[in-house]
Design a binder for this molecule. Structure first.
Ligand code: SF4
Length: 94
């Protein structure tokens, strides 16, 4: 297995430290645009997600603290993985 070097950036939230860099993958076929993830992320502070074209989207990936709170809010498991944020190579949603 090749070793990769990653730049790490730390975010402080809820009295803890989080390693930034991963964002939620969203399966657009499973998303029913309920807005749970959007509301929770906004309420917690990062405010990374929005509903666009009837599906949840990561619109401010640079603000994501990778706490994965959105994953537990999703009733359809449209999001259940966090993947490295790489604008050149966006993750393939599952
Ligand atoms: S919680 Fe899940 S189903 Fe609801 S908007 Fe977010 S990704 Fe879509």
């Amino acid at each position: 297995m090749a070793n990769k070097e990653y730049k790490t950036e730390i975010a402080e939230a809820y009295g803890r430290e989080f390693i930034k860099g991963n964002i939620p993958e969203i399966n657009e076929l499973r998303c029913m645009a309920c807005g749970n993830c959007v509301a929770l992320c906004k309420k917690l502070g990062p405010n990374v997600l929005e509903i666009k074209d009837n599906v949840a989207k990561v619109v401010r990936p640079e603000d994501c603290i990778s706490d994965a709170a959105c994953l537990v809010s999703c009733p359809t498991k449209a999001m259940f993985l966090m993947s490295k944020h790489d604008p050149e190579n966006p993750p393939t949603s599952v």
